[in-house]
Design a protein around this ligand. Structure first.
Ligand SMILES: [Fe+2]
Ligand SMILES: [Fe+2]
Length: 305
């Protein structure tokens, strides 16, 4: 495995895979971002709100991604579509690498003094209460839609991370790319698992699960935002909430950018494949490849002679 080191951002490692040629590929990239070597408080523009909102996403991920893998793997042996079974494998490997990096990310948050255990606790509790495979799958589809939306917005607007600490920027760009590569897998499995349902039953299950996910996600995110603020000594008075509204709706307007894409999930014929993301995936692959090529060149030992 090739290794590159960035003094500012800790060590970043990648096996040096090429950008990838086939747009349909789900390519697991075994990259170490080294976040744990260099935890950075307010890594995005020194801004509490922007950073805490994105760090708050990482809180959901290790537990969430293990849950997604279990949800899909439950159906893998029953599939006759061998290509979809292979996609589940690619999906699971990508999510396993994401889990590994977000475990480190969250450990880095703990090093900075945040009570990560308390933040992760409601995520664990919520996901462990789900026992019925088809419900778990519907929840996975809902969360995959949210992650695909965030990824689309990230790859369309990479400037949002221009002033981020490099290791964090690389990690989120990598994660966004891979989420987009596998955006359709969970819903393809859902279509198989509900093949005997009426279209109305399928629609209700899909959208009710999405409602439940959205409400829980919002509640946990707001709760954890206050826990981040407490450690940083940021007061959570009216100014705090007004600033949150500003960041979400105006500048940079995360929700303004995501909202219309998120709400497409309620369309009866929704499929992630209705939106052609090939250009965006290519752009993400090129970005990642150039970033790591430049990083390796920077840190390669000088040639003799
Ligand atoms: Fe992921
Ligand atoms: Fe995913």
């Amino acid at each position: 495995m090739a290794t590159a080191t960035s003094g500012e951002s800790g060590s970043a490692k990648w096996d040096g895979a090429s950008p990838g040629n086939d747009d349909e590929d789900i390519i697991p990239r075994d990259i170490r971002f080294g976040i744990l070597d260099n935890p950075t408080r307010h890594w995005l523009e020194g801004d509490f709100h922007k950073t805490a909102l994105i760090d708050g996403l990482s809180i959901f991920l290790p537990e969430g991604e293990r849950y997604f893998i279990r949800s899909l793997k439950h159906y893998a042996p029953k599939l006759e579509d061998r290509q979809l079974a292979a996609e589940i494998n690619g999906y699971a490997v990508q999510e396993a690498f994401h889990t590994r990096e977000h475990v480190d990310y969250n450990r880095a948050l703990a090093k900075l003094g945040y009570d990560v255990d308390a933040m992760e606790e409601p995520v664990r509790k919520t996901l462990h209460s789900d026992k019925i495979p088809i419900f778990r799958l519907a929840v996975t589809c809902a969360i995959e839609h949210l992650t695909a939306t965030l990824s689309t917005v990230t790859l369309r607007n990479p400037q949002l991370l221009d002033n981020a600490a490099p290791a964090y920027r690389r990690l989120w760009m990598w994660h966004a790319l891979e989420e987009l590569e596998h955006k359709a897998v969970a819903l393809d499995v859902f279509a198989f698992a509900t093949r005997n349902y009426s279209s109305w039953q399928r629609y209700m299950l899909r959208t009710m699960a999405f409602n439940a996910v959205a409400i829980k996600f919002l509640m946990i995110t707001l709760r954890n935002l206050k826990l981040f603020a407490r450690v940083d000594g940021v007061r959570t008075g009216p100014k705090f909430w007004l600033r949150l509204v500003w960041v979400l709706f105006f500048s940079p307007g995360y929700w303004r950018k995501c909202g219309p894409l998120v709400l497409k999930y309620y369309m009866p014929g929704f499929s992630p494949l209705n939106k052609d993301d090939h250009d965006l995936i290519r752009k993400g692959r090129d970005w990642l490849y150039k970033e790591f090529t430049a990083l390796k060149a920077q840190t390669a030992p000088p040639q003799a002679g």
